[in-house]
Design a protein around this ligand. Structure first.
Ligand SMILES: Cc1cc2nc3c(=O)[nH]c(=O)nc-3n(C[C@H](O)[C@H](O)[C@H](O)COP(=O)(O)O)c2cc1C
Length: 335
């Protein structure tokens, strides 16, 4: 079985990937958060380290792009090729109205002709790069995936990752595995499932239901429990909840951040976002997270983190029905 690490804008960063691979591992591909056209013909500078080939050396990274324009897709492909990447991933899932209103992310699910034209231009250009897709089912309750799959089936797509929620669901409610099952019957490409795989039980349920699926993607679950990819692969040596290992993960990450980032506000955001998900699995972690407000001086971080690492690992992320969890309003989408 393969395990892919999902992209979470502002939470999965090059530094987090480097530290995760070094200290834990178990991930076969890490996807970057999406790159989009900044209308000046470039990308947001904060995202550039995400595809920096030196930083990412030795890590299986797939750069992701969000666009509906063939020209931008081709430019992104060209840039990634120059940096020695072999595959890029197209985002057909982002649920944020700012993107969907402009016909991108899940918005592109509603215009299969625009998608077809863009894919046609991409494959005709013979960039030498492989293209995979990450998609949702629809914008709202009217399923859009059947037409989209029909288009995808016409092209030599490498693989298709499906997060079976609608854009309207955001990250809440339950993934619609019935729709995923129907989709699996019509798609011709290797299919990867993604959504709410937070522990072994979740994985067992899905593996039993979909024995033919060889690859699964985890997002919030592996940020909250960085041992998860190894656990899911059946590694019996993993020491889930070993706070010494968690400390090593943080220290590796913090050293990288200090080496590569100078802006204090960005450093603070990076630290904040690093702890966001693990805190869900640490005793009274949410309270600690609230105390770590955006203005906390960097000099106080170390002692606060030391204090956090004395606490117990309680592993409850995704196991309790928690109305507080995953509110997108909590997510600081800008680093
Ligand atoms: C804060 C946040 C940011 C995200 N950013 C991206 C992104 O840039 N690209 C993408 O394809 N998906 C993005 N996602 C969706 C995740 O990749 C994943 O599909 C989703 O969280 C479901 O998987 P999970 O339940 O394992 O987390 C984001 C999700 C969250 C919560």
């Amino acid at each position: 079985m393969n395990i892919y690490a999902a992209p979470l804008q502002s939470y999965t960063t090059v530094f987090q990937r480097m530290a995760h691979q070094q200290i834990f591992g178990g991930v076969d591909k890490y996807f970057t958060p999406f790159f989009e056209d900044n209308k000046k013909g470039g990308y947001a500078p904060r995202l550039l380290p995400e595809i920096d080939s030196e930083l990412n050396q030795g890590i299986p990274v797939i750069p992701q792009v969000l666009t509906k324009e063939a020209a931008f897709l081709l430019q992104f492909a060209q840039n990634c090729k120059e940096l020695n990447y072999k595959e890029i991933n197209l985002n057909l899932g982002c649920p944020h109205p700012m993107e969907t209103r402009r016909g991108m992310g899940s918005g592109l699910l509603a215009t299969p002709n625009v998608l077809r034209d863009m894919l046609l231009a991409f494959f005709e250009a013979q960039t030498g790069l492989e293209l995979s897709v990450k998609m949702r089912l629809a914008l709202n309750d009217t399923m859009l995936w059947p037409e989209v799959v029909e288009v995808l089936n016409q092209f030599p797509i490498k693989e298709v990752i499906v997060h079976p929620r609608t854009a309207k669901q955001f990250y809440k409610g339950v993934p619609r595995w019935d729709e995923f099952e129907a989709l699996a019957k019509t798609i011709r490409h290797p299919l990867i499932g993604n959504g709410d795989i937070n522990n072994m039980d979740d994985m067992e349920t899905l593996k039993t239901r979909f024995p033919a699926i060889e690859t699964w993607m985890v997002g919030r679950g592996y940020l909250a429990n960085p041992w998860l990819p190894l656990q899911l692969k059946g590694d019996t040596d993993v020491k889930v909840g070993d706070m010494k290992q968690l400390r090593a993960y943080f220290e590796y990450y913090y050293a990288l951040v200090n080496e590569h980032v100078t802006d204090k506000n960005i450093i603070r955001n990076l630290l904040h976002n690093f702890w966001f998900y693990p805190c869900e699995n640490i005793e009274k972690g949410r309270k600690w997270r609230r105390a770590l407000d955006k203005k906390t001086s960097l000099s106080k971080y170390e002692s606060m983190v030391n204090e956090l690492l004395q606490r117990d690992w309680v592993e409850k992320f995704g196991t309790v029905n928690d109305p507080d969890a995953f509110d997108p309003a909590d997510y600081n989408l800008e680093v």
